[in-house]
Design a protein. Structure first.
Length: 93
């Protein structure tokens, strides 16, 4: 997935705004401390872009819920979408 990809739906863009603002103005002032790769904000943006607003938001909430001292962290990519998992091309393409 393109690192600069952004949500295309209105709901996705609305959900992405606070994440983008956090990444632009808050995160640079904080020390790096995310236990996951990609970071939770990058994961949330990718999940919303790849899966849409509702499922992407749910995946992001679940990911943030796993962020605690008792979880080892590590590599945790966004699960592939249906067409990515099967390799199928949607009928509208």
């Amino acid at each position: 997935m393109n690192a600069n990809a952004r949500p295309t739906t209105l709901a996705g863009r609305v959900l992405a705004l606070p994440i983008i603002a956090y990444r632009r103005w808050v995160s640079p002032g904080l020390p790096a401390r995310c236990r996951f790769y990609p970071s939770c904000s990058a994961y949330a943006l990718e999940a919303i872009t790849r899966h849409g607003a509702l499922k992407g938001f749910w995946l992001a909430v679940r990911r943030i819920g796993r962020c605690h001292p008792f979880h080892p962290g590590g590599y945790d990519p966004v699960p592939p979408g249906r067409t990515e998992a099967t390799g199928a091309t949607p009928s509208w393409e």
